[in-house]
Design a binder for this molecule. Structure first.
Ligand code: FES
Length: 83
């Protein structure tokens, strides 16, 4: 069954091999980003449900319910909201 990435209430297919940022880009969804390696925090999103695995350590300051989309992947359905 296809996994889904929901952002701001819109549902898209989730490719579990790609980062969340790459998933958003492949759906032509524009979100902020800069460094693409977990340092700047520009790609920060609020995690509404689901779980992420970081492929590199997130160095930017994030709140407890925030995630960095550039350096994380998800293996299951995930819901995000942009700031
Ligand atoms: S783009 Fe810089 S932390 Fe994600």
């Amino acid at each position: 069954m296809t996994k889904t990435l929901t952002i701001n209430g819109k549902i898209y297919p989730l490719d579990t091999k790609k980062t969340l940022l790459e998933n958003l880009e492949s759906q032509a969804i524009k979100i902020e980003f800069h460094c693409r390696d977990g340092h700047c925090g520009a790609c920060r999103c609020k995690l509404l449900s689901g779980k992420v695995n970081y492929i590199s350590y997130p160095m930017a300051y994030i709140r407890e319910d925030d995630i960095l989309t550039c350096c994380s992947k998800s293996q299951n359905n995930i819901k995000l909201a942009t700031y």
